[in-house]
Design a protein around this ligand. Structure first.
Ligand code: ATP
Length: 643
């Protein structure tokens, strides 16, 4: 059995006739610390069967045998077989002993062996004045034949192995056993060395097997004839064939797409990569040549499912982006205790736990993205990516490739290797589609497909990629109107309107203003203290204002206040506020109701123009100064231009 002590002491089995086996046993007695000896008195086919049984049980590391028995074992076993071989000295000693036993003059001696013995024996026999008859036997019957023939020629002593001494006995002749203790000892040393080498090799092979069996990739080794000699578990599973059946099969039959011929011929750094199908799965295989001591001994094939490589690539990409794709806000960042805000907070918290699409409606700057981030952070996807994209902020083509990604060569300038879209990059996380009402009809169709099939098709791609993302969409538009006007698909609307949230504009919840002013001022980095009195005055003056840019605008106007707070008296007068905030101009409020609309438009246009002038045409900067988003500014500019 494979106990550790057995593994340290090689197990050596003597398969021989009793007389030789005894010799080996005697020689082994001195080496009992170093080896374990198994003695089997078997002959020929019996010996082979016994050896194979020992090997199958893993009970033996090397064999010792001799003569015809040994030759047969060597031919049929892969285990090392050490042969007890006679030296010239052994033969000379046997000849001297045989000459003494012979009654003939000169002594008539027969030497019967399996292997050829040295031709120099002729000289030796004439030197010893012996009439020596040499013969080689094939098997036991042949030994008997030879001994009878030699006896009829007057030979009265036979030298040879056990078979020969037994036959001599039967024929009434004297005999000398050819094998000596020295020969047995030499065979033992050889068997011991071979067993040690084999144990080292086996240990290495076991380690290698243990390592490759752990790999998720399929691994298979072929010899120079392209025949499999090793395969790991993953490979067997991929091919659906057990390892014992795989061994010896030709690679070309297993995977016809892989022609190993080229790699087996090519230089050491040659490798062949191929995409092929196993059943319905697309696989990527790589064949690398294997050299042993500078000689090509075969090749190794590694195989992976294409989908796992793609997944790994996507994970990498996702990881690369996720650092910039985190949600900063939680629902606790949502300021305001108006009834509307309280129920919004509650509803958003409940929606967070339901893994459904959410549609948020609200004017620009009302906090739609803040709510979306808060929902994500309170949802089970919180640890994953949160990626926001404004559907109104870029041309259709760009939005398409940003959202869905593209394959290499999908269009001129497409990056090498293609690129994952945001829907892929947000895998397991949340995608916030801002201004979804502004999405083109063609992209609406593609998005609908993503939501229905839960898979995304890259631009120029053929294989859909499964995705698991939660969509939160937002718009300032009334989508029912957009549907009526034929600009928004009804089926997409039903898909995204699973859960609905509406954020009222700031002018409809002015009771939130005090809390917003106080807390937003506090949150400003490097803030300057703004006296309670000044805050009150700001609130008072701002009350009548319509807040078209909602909370974002409020944030910006508060920044203006902070910028000059240090230079303001503790209590500023109304005139000063009028200067600081021309947008609050009482002119507008005093205008008669009929003209109010026109007056607002004019004032708005003047403001937009002033801001753009001040920013030298930089829309981003102008939007910031006005406290509205870039999209809103574009929209307002478009409206003004149409008037
Ligand atoms: N209730 C609120 N409490 C605190 N901060 C708010 C609130 N509402 C909005 N904000 C702040 O106002 C700014 C604009 O909010 P957000 O970007 O979420 O609005 P939005 O509705 O998505 O705007 P847009 O449609 O223009 O993209 C952000 O800085 C946000 O933190």
């Amino acid at each position: 059995m494979n106990t550790p002590s057995n593994l340290q002491r090689p197990r050596i089995c003597v398969l021989a006739f009793p007389r030789l086996a005894r010799l080996v046993e005697q020689a082994a007695a001195e080496l009992s610390e170093q080896l374990e000896l198994i003695v089997e008195h078997r002959r020929f086919s019996d010996a082979i069967a016994q050896a194979q049984a020992l090997i199958a049980r893993g009970d033996v590391d090397a064999f010792i045998s001799a003569g015809a028995n040994g030759a047969q074992l060597r031919r049929q076993l892969e285990h090392p077989v050490a042969l007890v071989q006679v030296s010239g000295f052994d033969i000379m000693a046997a000849l001297v002993q045989a000459a003494r036993l012979s009654r003939q003059n000169p002594p008539r001696i027969g030497l019967i062996t399996y292997e050829t013995v040295s031709a120099e024996l002729d000289e030796l026999s004439s030197l010893l004045r012996i009439d020596l008859h040499l013969a080689r036997y094939r098997d036991a019957a042949h030994v008997r034949e030879l001994s009878t023939a030699l006896r009829s020629q007057g030979v009265d002593v036979l030298i040879g192995p056990s078979l020969v001494t037994e036959a001599a006995e039967q024929a009434g002749m004297a005999s000398v056993f050819l094998y000596t203790a020295d020969a047995a000892r030499r065979a033992l040393d050889e068997a011991l060395a071979a067993a040690r080498v084999r144990a080292i090799e086996q240990g290495r092979r076991r380690q290698l097997s243990a390592i490759i069996s752990q790999l998720h990739d399929g691994v298979l080794a072929i010899d120079t004839q392209q025949q499999v000699w090793l395969a790991n578990q993953a490979m067997c599973e991929m091919l659906g064939i057990p390892e014992t059946h795989l061994r010896g099969q030709s690679l070309a039959q297993l995977i016809p797409e892989l022609d190993a011929g080229e790699v087996l011929q090519a230089g050491a750094d040659a490798a062949l990569g191929r995409v092929f199908k196993l059943g319905r799965q697309r696989m990527v295989g790589k064949l690398i040549p294997l050299d042993e001591g500078g000689v090509r001994s075969g090749a190794v094939l590694t195989v992976q499912a294409a989908s796992s490589i793609e997944r790994a690539g996507r994970d990498l990409q996702r990881h690369a982006r996720s650092t910039t794709a985190r949600a900063r806000h939680t629902l606790d960042d949502l300021i305001g205790d108006s009834a509307a805000m309280q129920s919004l907070r509650k509803l958003a918290a409940r929606y967070a736990s339901l893994d459904l699409t959410v549609l948020i409606h609200g004017e620009s700057g009302t906090g739609k993205e803040l709510v979306a981030q808060g929902i994500h952070r309170a949802s089970p996807r919180a640890a994953e990516a949160f990626i926001a994209i404004n559907c109104a902020a870029m041309p259709e083509n760009l939005l398409e490739s940003e959202l869905f990604g593209y394959e290499e060569g999908a269009f001129t300038g497409a990056a090498k290797g293609g690129k994952a879209g945001l829907l892929e990059a947000a895998q397991h996380g949340t995608v916030f589609l801002d201004e979804i009402g502004d999405m083109s009809p063609a992209l609406q169709v593609r998005l609908l497909r993503v939501l229905q099939e839960r898979e995304v098709l890259r631009v120029g791609g053929r294989e859909p990629i499964p995705i698991d993302v939660r969509i939160i969409a937002a718009t300032h538009r009334v989508l029912a109107e957009e549907i009526r006007a034929g600009r928004f698909r009804q089926d997409l609307y039903y898909r995204i309107n699973g859960l609905h949230l509406s954020i009222p504009p700031l002018r409809e919840r002015r009771e939130d203003l005090p809390a917003l002013i106080a807390q937003l001022l506090q949150r400003k980095p490097g803030r300057v203290a703004v006296s309670a009195q000044l805050q009150q005055q700001f609130l008072h003056a701002a009350r009548g204002y319509a807040w078209p840019g909602n909370v974002r605008e409020l944030e910006n106007l508060l920044e203006r206040l902070l910028a000059i707070a240090q230079d303001l008296p503790a209590a500023a007068d109304a005139e000063l506020f009028a200067l600081l905030y021309p947008e609050w101009s009482p002119k507008l409020d005093k205008t008669a109701p009929g003209e109010l609309h026109v007056a607002r438009q004019t004032a708005e246009r003047q403001q937009l123009e002033a801001a753009l002038r001040a920013s030298q045409g930089n829309v981003q900067e102008a939007a910031r100064a006005l406290g509205i988003s870039r999209t809103t500014l574009w929209r307002k500019l478009g409206k003004q231009a149409r008037r």
